[in-house]
Write a protein that binds this ligand. Structure first.
Ligand SMILES: Cc1cc2nc3c(=O)[nH]c(=O)nc-3n(C[C@H](O)[C@H](O)[C@H](O)COP(=O)(O)OP(=O)(O)OC[C@H]3O[C@@H](n4cnc5c(N)ncnc54)[C@H](O)[C@@H]3O)c2cc1C
Length: 425
C-alpha cells in the first residue's frame, strides 16, 4: 500500500469498524418496538458523527498528516467526500428514525436544529449555483467560508441529540462514538480558537510589492520574528493581510526558493480579492502566514519528466528552478504556456537559469501566436514515447483535467501524473 493512501484507508476501516461494533455490541431489545429500525437508526446516527469528526479533523489542516493523504489539496478532497457521505447518511438516518416533531422531547428539538443547520451550511456547497442558496453566502467564497465555520456548532448539537435519545445499554458502541466526538469537538476548537496558541499563524511584514505585468502582483514577505517552519520548493501557504479589504486567508504558492531570505508570492488578479490586492497592497502592511503545505515535488518523481505550467500555474515551477543547485539529475521538458507574450512573467529569469542546466529544456508558448499547446506536441518533442515519464502540471483546472486524460491516453500511468488541486471548496 502506498503511504499517500493510508489516511483514506484508515478512515474507511474506522467506518466499517463502527458498523461492526454496533452490530456486535447492540443495545438491548427489551421494550423496543421495531428493533431493526431502531438499531439501524443508532448505527447511521453514529456514522454521521464519525464522518463529520473526520471532516472537522481535516479542517485543522494537520501538516503531519499530509504524506498519508498525498498533500493538503487531496485532504480537502477527502474532506469533501466524508462531508458528503455524512450528509447523505443523515437523510437516511432521518428516514429510518422518523422524527415526531410534536413530541415535546429535548432530543427531538436538538435533532431539528442540528439537521436544519447542517442542511443550510452544506447545500450552498453542493449546489452553489442555485440562486436562493447563493444569496446565503453573498455569492462569494469568503461568504461561503464564513457560513461553513458554524458547522461545528451543529455537530455538537447533533451529539447532544444523540446522548438524549441514544441507547444507554449499548455502552461499548457509545464509548466508541465518544472518541470521535472528542476528535470532532477538539478539532473544531483548534480550528476556531486554539490554533493561534500553537504557532499556527506566523506574523510577517510586506517588504515589497512589485508588478511584473499589468495583472500580477509579486509580494515579498519578511518574518517579524520567527519564520514559518522549513519548507520545500513548490509548497504553498495561506496568507492574509491586516488591511481593510485584504484580511481574508487565501492559498498561494511560495514562488521563491526555500533558501532565500523571506518569502515571495506571485499572485494573478483574477477575482475580487486578488484584484484588490493588486490595486491596494502596500509595503509595510502586516501579514499573517500559515504553512507551508503541499506535496507537489518533482524530486520524488522519476528521471524523465514533463512540467506543464499554464498561466499563473508557473509559480511552483519558479520555485523549483530558483531552488536548483549545482546539478539537475532529472531530464525535464518544461512547458510554460500563456495566451499573449505580455502575460508571461519572469521569462528572462527562466531563460537565464535554464542555460546552466542542459537537462532542463524550456518551451515557452504563446497560444495566441503559436496555437494551443497539446499533449501531441509534447509527445512529439519527447521523441514519440512518454510512457516512462512523470508529469507535473499546474494551471487552470480545465486545462489540467484535459491534459491528464490525454497523458493517460499517451501511456503515462495515472500514478505518475501529479498536479495541485487549485480548488479547496
Ligand atoms: C494550493 C493553491 C496554490 C495556489 N497558488 C497560487 C499562486 O501562486 N498564485 C495565484 O495567483 N493563485 C494561486 N492560487 C489560486 C488563488 O488562491 C485564488 O486565485 C484566489 O484565492 C482567488 O481569490 P479571489 O477572491 O481573487 O477570486 P474569486 O473569484 O473569489 O475566487 C476564485 C476561486 O478561487 C478559490 N478561492 C477563492 N478564495 C479562496 C480562499 N480564501 N481559499 C481557498 N480558495 C479560494 C475558489 O475556488 C474560487 O472559486 C492557488 C490556489 C491553491 C489552492
Amino acid at each position: 500500500m502506498k503511504r499517500k493512501n493510508a489516511g483514506n484507508l484508515v478512515f474507511i476501516l474506522l467506518v466499517l469498524l463502527t458498523i461492526f461494533i454496533w452490530l456486535i455490541f447492540p443495545p438491548e431489545r427489551e421494550g423496543v418496538e421495531n428493533y431493526a429500525r431502531y438499531l439501524a437508526g443508532m448505527t447511521l446516527g453514529s456514522l454521521v458523527l464519525v464522518l463529520m469528526s473526520f471532516s472537522l479533523f481535516l479542517s485543522t489542516r494537520p501538516r503531519w498528516a499530509e504524506p498519508y493523504f498525498g498533500g493538503l489539496d487531496k485532504m480537502y478532497l477527502t474532506h469533501r467526500h466524508t462531508s458528503t457521505a455524512a450528509f447523505l447518511i443523515l437523510f437516511v438516518h432521518l428516514l429510518v428514525v422518523p422524527l415526531h416533531v410534536f413530541d415535546l422531547a429535548l432530543g427531538n428539538y436538538l435533532a431539528i436544529i442540528a439537521f436544519s443547520g447542517i442542511v443550510s451550511i452544506v447545500l450552498p456547497t453542493l449546489a452553489p449555483r442555485i440562486p436562493f442558496l447563493n444569496r446565503m453566502t453573498g455569492e462569494t467564497y469568503e461568504g461561503w467560508k464564513k457560513l461553513h465555520r458554524f458547522i461545528g456548532i451543529f455537530f455538537i448539537l447533533g451529539y447532544l441529540h444523540s446522548i438524549t435519545v441514544n441507547a444507554p445499554t449499548a455502552k461499548i458502541a457509545i464509548n466508541w462514538n465518544q472518541v470521535f466526538v472528542f476528535l470532532g469537538i477538539g478539532s473544531y476548537l483548534y480550528t476556531e480558537l486554539l490554533g493561534r496558541f500553537f504557532k499556527k499563524y506566523v506574523p510577517y511584514t510586506v517588504e515589497a510589492v512589485n508588478h511584473p505585468n499589468s495583472s500580477t502582483t509579486e509580494v515579498v514577505l519578511r518574518p517579524k520574528k520567527d519564520s514559518i517552519t522549513k519548507h520545500r520548493a513548490g509548497q504553498f501557504l495561506f496568507v492574509r493581510f491586516l488591511e481593510k479589504g485584504l484580511n481574508e486567508s487565501h492559498p498561494f504558492t511560495i514562488s521563491s526558493a526555500p533558501n532565500e531570505d523571506g518569502l515571495r508570492l506571485t499572485i494573478k488578479a483574477c477575482g475580487d480579492f486578488t484584484r484588490r490586492l493588486f490595486a491596494n497592497l502596500k509595503a509595510g502592511t502586516d501579514a499573517i502566514v500559515e504553512g507551508a503545505y503541499g506535496m507537489f515535488d518533482y524530486r520524488t518523481g522519476g528521471p524523465k519528466q514533463i512540467w506543464v505550467a499554464g498561466g499563473i500555474g508557473i509559480t511552483p515551477f519558479l520555485s523549483f528552478i530558483r531552488d536548483l543547485k549545482d546539478d539537475l539529475s532529472h531530464h525535464v521538458d518544461f512547458y510554460y504556456t500563456v495566451r499573449h507574450k505580455d502575460e508571461a512573467i519572469f521569462v528572462d529569469e527562466i531563460e537565464k537559469i535554464v542555460t546552466k542546466y542542459p537537462r532542463l529544456k524550456p518551451y515557452i508558448r504563446f497560444s495566441a501566436v503559436h496555437g494551443s499547446l497539446t499533449v501531441d506536441d509534447i509527445v512529439k518533442n519527447a521523441g514519440g514515447d512518454i510512457r516512462g515519464h512523470h508529469v507535473y502540471m499546474c494551471g487552470p483546472l480545465p486545462m489540467v483535467q484535459a491534459f491528464e486524460k490525454k497523458f493517460a491516453e499517451a501511456g503515462v500511468s495515472r500514478e505518475n501524473i501529479h498536479f495541485e488541486e487549485f480548488n479547496f471548496r
